[in-house]
Design a protein. Structure first.
Length: 576
């Protein structure tokens, strides 16, 4: 019984009796279903006979001796009746690792190259600890790593899916092909280090070590390149500007990456903080340069504050800067501050409504047109604030609640309409959510002025969403499939938000560079030198080639204007 359809009592051996509710469901996939109750996560296997057939009771006991806060190891058995059905473990906090590959997330969380080194080193220490206890991690792909971005001293990793590790007589049975070591036979601690290298290289650069543009190879040839050592270090490989320069990698580690991926050597990686010798590998990379220019685009600088980078733009016309300052891009005037950078802002009557998430939870305030800020007291709580255009929502155990602002003598924030969602099963992205409803995928989509819908999308079943953005009748989702391939799904939705048409294709990674305008026009940059402008509802599509277009231009919108962030400045982009 991996899927709980009614309140069910289970026994956590060593802890006592617990009642699992359907609302505790987090996800279903692979070998079972995962539930969360407070800070405890429970995994129930789909195959009711797996525990007995594979001797999992003893394996869980062996894994429970892994006492490391970075390893989300089983702590004990879960019984339904008297029969072992799975195990329990602590909850893994943080964000899925693919977000750390993207430039947008790094910018919004103020993550620098030194933070990439801290994360890589802490992941290295985690693997070394596992190896010291006789374990082989096997399938430690990027979706099995989480990280807390702003932990003390830098990002702090957590590794999950520990019950699939090899320990004792139990082998590794499967691995995502994108991190597989095709040279080392089977699964060993040596192959673990190759997988660690693949994942951490993406933390540094944003690209898989066997991707990049190379004559004679396509995006589908990654496995072929892995088997023949044709890596990012091969002569002639070119990259878009969104790929971070390899000089961001400390020298000794850069040499190790070159030896692993290009030369086929296998060894334990050095620490990123080992500065015993400079890099022998050339650090700078070859860019895919575009020389053509159409002259059809106009670029205008909207805002720049020297020494203070823009990290986020809200569609209501306000920029969030790296020091927390909020600037009205229309007047260039500072209107307030955000203490945490984890902030959402919408336009309301007489000013702006701000929601901040900090160590003590979510706080709200009203920023008047005069710049005066008033803290708002509320009688509700939740897990996360979500913004869709100029609407704010709170995700909680009650569901998805719209926040309603009223100015009656004094500003008041109250809870509006609530829609049912399974809060523990939700993954929230820009303007929408993805819900795993007992293994069936739904998109939770606010639309119009007051509406919100659940849209069943069976094409996403079994896939892991890692990034996404939604706007007027359009959703783009980047997912990771079981082979380790990133895929992009684009849904064009009918006016009533009941049906959709679908496009899908392979993506180079989790990065999503897209602006969705309220009037239904979209703009995206997939490769340097090319801007794609399209209207999903009509199918109209215009591809504009211009040498100034670059994948490091992070697109978004100010109302119905396309704008972008580049090198900390805000620019607008329009057709002549």
């Amino acid at each position: 019984m991996s899927i709980i359809t009614k309140n069910t009592k289970v026994e956590l051996v060593g802890r006592g009796i617990l009642t699992l509710r359907p609302a505790d469901h987090v996800m279903t996939g692979g070998e079972g279903s995962v539930y969360r109750v407070a800070d405890t996560v429970i995994k129930l296997y789909t195959d009711e006979n797996k525990m007995e057939r594979e001797g999992m009771t003893e394996k869980i006991r062996l894994l429970s001796v892994l006492k490391n806060e970075r390893i989300i190891a089983p702590q004990g058995l879960v019984l339904i009746g008297a029969k072992p059905a799975g195990f329990y473990m602590p909850a893994a906090e943080g964000e899925a690792l693919p977000l750390f590959f993207t430039n947008d997330y790094r910018r919004e969380k103020k993550l620098a190259d030194k933070d990439a080194s801290v994360l890589a080193e802490r992941m290295r220490e985690t693997a070394m600890y596992a190896h010291s206890k006789g374990a082989v991690m096997g399938d430690a792909n990027e979706m099995n790593w989480f990280a807390i971005p702003n932990a003390p001293g830098g990002p702090e990793p957590r590794v999950i899916d520990v019950d699939s590790w090899a320990i004792g007589k139990w082998p590794v049975r499967a691995i995502m092909p994108s991190i597989r070591d095709w040279k080392t036979g089977g699964f060993t601690q040596v192959s673990d280090w190759f997988s660690w290298g693949v994942v951490t290289f993406q933390v540094y650069t944003g690209i898989h070590p066997y991707k990049g543009m190379l004559d004679g190879y396509t995006m589908k040839d990654m496995e072929k390149r892995m088997k023949t050592n044709v890596s990012v270090f091969a002569p002639g490989v070119k990259f878009n500007n969104a790929v971070r320069d390899f000089s961001c990698i400390p020298g000794t580690l850069l040499d190790w990456y070159h030896a692993e991926f290009q030369d086929g050597e296998r060894s334990v990686p050095p620490s990123p903080f080992d500065t015993a010798k400079p890099a022998g590998t050339a650090a700078h990379i070859l860019r895919a340069v575009t020389t053509t220019g159409s002259g059809m685009l106009v670029y205008e600088k909207v805002f720049e504050e020297i020494g203070n980078h823009t990290v986020k733009i809200f569609p209501c016309g306000v920029a969030l800067l790296s020091d927390g300052k909020l600037v009205d891009l229309g007047t260039k005037r500072a209107i307030g501050t955000s203490r945490t950078l984890d902030c959402e802002l919408v336009k309301v009557e007489g000013g702006f409504l701000k929601a901040e998430t900090g160590p003590k939870g979510i706080s709200y305030s009203f920023i008047a047109a005069s710049g005066k800020e008033t803290e708002l007291s509320v009688n509700f709580s939740g897990k996360r604030v979500i913004r869709s255009a100029d609407r704010l929502f709170l995700s909680s155990e009650r569901g998805l609640t719209e926040l309603s602002f009223v100015a009656l003598g004094k500003p008041i924030l109250c809870a509006g309409q609530t829609w049912d969602v399974m809060a523990s099963s939700m993954k929230w992205f820009d303007g929408f959510g993805v819900e795993d409803t007992m293994g069936a995928t739904h998109l939770v989509l606010p639309f119009g002025e007051k509406a919100c819908t659940h849209l069943r999308v069976p094409e996403l079943d079994g896939l892991r969403p890692v990034n996404g953005k939604a706007g007027n009748r359009f959703v783009s989702v980047v997912v990771l499939d079981k082979s380790g391939t990133y895929r992009k799904f684009e849904l064009t939705i009918d006016r009533e938000y009941r049906t959709y048409s679908l496009w899908q294709g392979i993506s180079d990674g989790p990065e999503l560079n897209l602006a969705v305008l309220p009037k239904g026009v979209c703009a995206t940059i997939v490769q340097d030198g090319e801007l794609n402008i399209f209207v999903p509802s009509s199918g109209a599509h215009n591809k504009v080639q211009d040498k100034h277009i670059s994948t490091d231009m992070s697109l978004t919108n100010l109302g119905d204007r396309v704008v972008y962030i580049q090198s900390g400045a805000v620019w607008s982009l329009r057709m002549k």
